[in-house]
Design a protein around this ligand. Sequence first.
Ligand code: PLP
Length: 229
Amino acid sequence: MSALSDRLDAVRRGISDAAVAAHRSPDDVTTIVVTKFHPASLVRELHDLGVRDFGESRHQEARSKTAELADLTDATWHFIGQLQSKKARQATEYSSVVHSVDRSSLVDALVRAERDIECFIQINLANDSSDDDSSRGGAAPGGVADIAERILSADRLSLRGVMGVAPLGEEPRRAFARLREASESLRMIAPTASEISAGMSGDYREAILEGATHLRIGSAITGNRPPAG
Ligand SMILES: *Cc1c(COP(=O)(O)O)cnc(C)c1O
């Protein structure tokens, strides 16, 4: 327990230092703790430490974990991974925020949710000089407007902003600068969709400098992930 709370405190301090350096208020930054591959018991410990926003990236795992934790009624589950359209409606049974909306067909599937869902449009931040798999997924910047229009026209969906993962092999701040530009373009058609989901354990400081409002932090808080089971 103490190691976990020490890591959580260290990350919270890092976030508030980075916010101050960016002339921003730490209160404008929401930290989502990514608990993929970790057991429900770790989520419970984090909840006891005051964490309320949790991120998961694999549907099967998230579904069983959230079922086990159904008593944590004040927790918000953010779906942050690649999502198959045929699993989308099921994912909305436990998550109310989807950060990985990257195609119109996924919006069409999310429309069938039985509750209100907040959406971030995931933008592909890979550039020509990087060829790595971690940046796979995400809409091309040119495809964002169409996805946004579809979200805006759906009663049960709200558009929060953009999401991105910095590719390996590039200075993360440059990738996050492109994400900020995508956010500015999006706001021309959706002025209230001003939020930016960016920044993981290794690059959250750079993300905060480029305007991130939602950080998705796993291993820096949870410790190393157990091997995928
Ligand atoms: C796993 C994951 C994270 C967290 O990564 P860490 O490096 O452990 O902080 C953030 N975003 C996405 C999309 C992820 O899959």
